[in-house]
Design a protein around this ligand. Sequence first.
Ligand code: NAD
Length: 460
Amino acid sequence: MPDTLNPVELLAQKPLVMRRIGNRDLDQIVVVAGDQVGFDHLRCIPSKALIHAADAFHTANCQREAAPFGLSVKGIELDFARTVAWKDSIVTRLTGGVAGLLKKSGVSIISGTAEILDGKTVKVETADTTERVRARHLVLATGSLPQTLPTLPFGGNVISSTELLSLRERPRRLVVVGGGYIGLELGIAFAKLGSEVTVVEADERILPRWDAALTRPVARRLEDLKVGVITAAYARGLTRGEEGLLIEQRGHPPREIPADKILVAVGREPCTKGFGLERLDLAMEGKFVKIDRRCETSMLNVWAIGDLTGEPMLAHRAMAQGAMVAEIVAGQRRVFDAVAIPSVCFTDPEVISVGYTPEQAKAEGLDITVTTFPFAANGRALTQMNEEGFVRIVARADDHLVLGGQAVGAGVSELTSSLALAIEMGAVLEDVAGTIGAHPTRSEAIHEAAFGALGRGLHI
Ligand code: NAD
């Protein structure tokens, strides 16, 4: 039973932190992972793999029906078991890669269930032993878990996104409770794979966290894909016989929706239970662990990163926080002062937001200029036969400082880094307009929106 004082203990599955610390020549590092190394970091990957496969299948089917490019496609079959195996192979490749990188950086890994004993001691139950690990620094990165509904607990046909992504067969009828990020990303993917999908959303519209202009193209696409959308509706439980979902929609009598599987995607909550966190008696901020700008908790040398520390619950925020904590522990002076953390909804079409939305800027009393550029005027979008959507740029009216950018359209997730870079570098509209981008690309729409804001629109 080792009882030495290691420099850092990471309680979770955020291996990037350890790699960064490992690179800084601290002598001994220990990662405690409940499951595979990097499991949490790679949770996003399986859904994106499935979204891609679903898109390929759907595109092939569209060619068969309409042959817009003159392609003749016959006999399209989907071997769902192979799709899932392909998705799993990507996860295995990435987790294997992360484990290899950790090893190369001199990080020791203990696979087991951890329990905090005090701010410097963690007990780990592994498959065959119990170890006690002591550390000068403790990094909490336990992430989040899917929120449950009291009326619809997980079990049987009521499943979370993790289980949906591990099914070996496509459900014939899938009901999705929650029309947010996860519900729509996966609902759209399964509709393209051939499931009959119905989304039940409590709010008046889908994606209520996003502004209506950005979500309208997604609503239209749901209609095209024949996804049923029932808004202003709550899940009330399983029907008798458990073959469907009982819902209550405002202004309507309760009704039943037949379902083979019911995905509950109504948000996530921080994972704060079951590993002795209460022994530290840390200051909390609601359900989340309270941190300062260095990600330090109320206890000296106890750090927390990621979903455990609040919104936005996004992997890239967690990674940036983790890398920063690693540098602080290694002796650098750092604070977390990201100006813009991009949000992406990998629906069809994709939706992104970086920095301020017009509403957020106005709420802060800023005098702004807002300009949009439609993909219908973008050559690349036309060549891809997908001209739905637009790019929007938000800038300060007086000095033209770029405050934010949003977009909806095919592949717009790839535009997030240019927008984030512009905002992080303090670019003004003239900088964005004056930067030469490649033609023909979808990213030209950002450039065009900036020109538009300066009253010098090129293609509109
Ligand atoms: P979400 O908050 O985006 O959506 C949950 C939806 O469920 C909301 O629209 C809400 O109104 C609805 N809802 C709540 N209770 C309901 C009920 N009883 N009946 C019907 N609808 C109900 O949450 P999510 O989609 O579960 O995602 C969780 C977190 O994961 C998000 O905070 C997000 O930050 C993160 N995430 C990010 C991405 C991404 O960046 N691409 C993708 C997936 C998830």
